[in-house]
Design a protein around this ligand. Structure first.
Ligand SMILES: *Cc1c(COP(=O)(O)O)cnc(C)c1O
Length: 397
């Protein structure tokens, strides 16, 4: 590996004391097979040519780095927005699904499975499968299917089969169990497409590499716009942590860049209704990975809460746990209320309606102080169209 290993994954699949692949023995062959080939596939010219060309002509990259003048004036600094909201399907998730579909194709897989909570990853997966003509099965909790009808309809229109998980709390973790069961039963022809930097090694690293295009572009774009080839701050929201991991990737070893991750604290960090994993969680196993998660005293994973469905996850990717542990990244949190205020402010200062998830990153501006000539990059992970019902209800429009 050309990268230093201080903040990247090591050969054992660990980020410091976090990560690894804690999986049932029946999944060993699948994981070993993926581990053996993913780096070579991503590094190959054939993959890179096709991936880069799809990112350009299908996703619409590079996404702009936009100097938000009125927002900058308010905070007396230079705020740049990395516009992942302008990607096809309206968020950063498509960078990962298009990449993993190509990896699946290189591995000769015919069938793609995924799980989804709010449905955003399911839609991004179904989109990439339609693009490539691959069969797509998305597992989703029965409760989530009811709550997220528009995304279920999108997936179906894109040709995916949506399978209800009817056990347990009938939400995301039950859908994950169903997807894993499917993968165990269909190791030969099926590729399991995970939507964030979570799960057993090599998923966190593979997804981070596919989202790294975000920081690769920021580096070039900031050099064009300022007299430095690095920003002073990079700020991103974290659910599982993929948009943050991609935004940080090429700056991890450049300590001049301050990395800031913003969690969703829901009704408040100590309210019991929160998704702030770093603030409230501790070490444990989730989704095949050793990381931080929110659990009860007897080790049961607790239900997270956030107004934003994409941040409503009880764990966090192992690389982020390591960035917290080493102090390389600063972890903040924003409440529902703070995120809503930040969404309204961006909309009225810049004419951009952000996703609720991204609004948590924007809310960090009120919690930090900057110098006048700092370059502050905030990743706008997605657009707010999907959140209009919430905005209408909360703002009374
Ligand atoms: C899914 C989602 C997120 C959270 O996922 P990460 O893996 O933490 O990036 C953030 N923003 C938007 C718009 C999303 O759809």
């Amino acid at each position: 590996m050309s990268k230093q290993n201080k903040y990247h994954v090591d050969e054992k699949g660990m980020y410091g004391q976090f990560g690894g692949a804690y999986i049932p023995e029946m999944l060993y062959p699948n994981i070993e097979n993926l581990k053996a080939v993913y780096k070579d596939i991503i590094g190959s010219d054939a993959f890179q040519d096709e991936y880069k060309s799809l990112l350009k002509d299908y996703v619409g990259r590079p996404s702009p780095l936009y100097l938000a003048k009125r927002l900058s004036e308010k905070y007396q600094t230079n705020v740049y927005l990395k516009r992942e909201d302008l990607n096809h399907t309206g968020a950063h998730k498509i960078n990962n699904t298009v990449g993993q579909i190509l990896i699946a194709k290189h591995m000769g897989k015919q069938r793609i499975i995924a799980e989804t909570g709010a449905g955003q990853h399911g839609v991004a997966t179904a989109t990439a499968c339609a693009l490539m003509g691959l069969q797509c099965v998305v597992y989703m909790g029965e409760v989530d299917i009811e709550r997220q009808a528009p995304n279920v309809a999108r997936m179906k229109m894109l040709g995916a089969e949506v399978v209800a998980a009817t056990s347990g709390s009938r939400t995301l973790k039950d859908a994950t169990n169903e997807a894993l069961r499917d993968w165990i039963c269909n190791p030969e022809d099926t590729f399991y497409l995970i939507g964030s930097v979570v799960g057993p090694h090599p998923y966190p690293d593979m997804v981070a590499q596919l989202q790294a295009v975000i920081s690769e572009e920021i580096k070039l774009q900031i050099a064009e716009k300022t007299n430095k080839d690095y920003p002073d701050y990079v700020i991103a929201c974290v659910g599982g942590g993929s948009n943050a991991a991609g935004s940080f990737y090429h700056f991890l070893d450049d300590e001049r860049v301050q990395l800031v991750a913003v969690e969703a604290s829901g009704m408040g960090v100590d309210s019991g209704e929160t998704a702030a994993t770093i603030a409230k969680g501790d070490k444990g196993l989730i989704h095949g990975s050793l990381t931080f998660l929110m659990q009860s005293n007897d080790g049961q994973i607790t239900e997270p809460y956030s107004i934003s469905a994409g941040l409503d996850y009880p764990g966090i990717g192992p690389q982020h746990a390591h960035l917290f542990d080493t102090g390389r990244a600063q972890f903040l949190s924003a409440t529902d209320k703070e995120a809503l205020d930040a969404a309204l402010q961006l909309t009225q200062l810049e004419g951009i309606i952000p996703a609720l998830e991204s609004s948590h990153a924007l809310a960090a501006l009120d919690k930090m102080s900057f110098k006048k000539d700092d370059s502050v990059v905030i990743t706008l992970s997605g657009r707010g169209d999907k959140d209009m019902a919430t905005y209408m209800k909360r703002f009374g429009f």
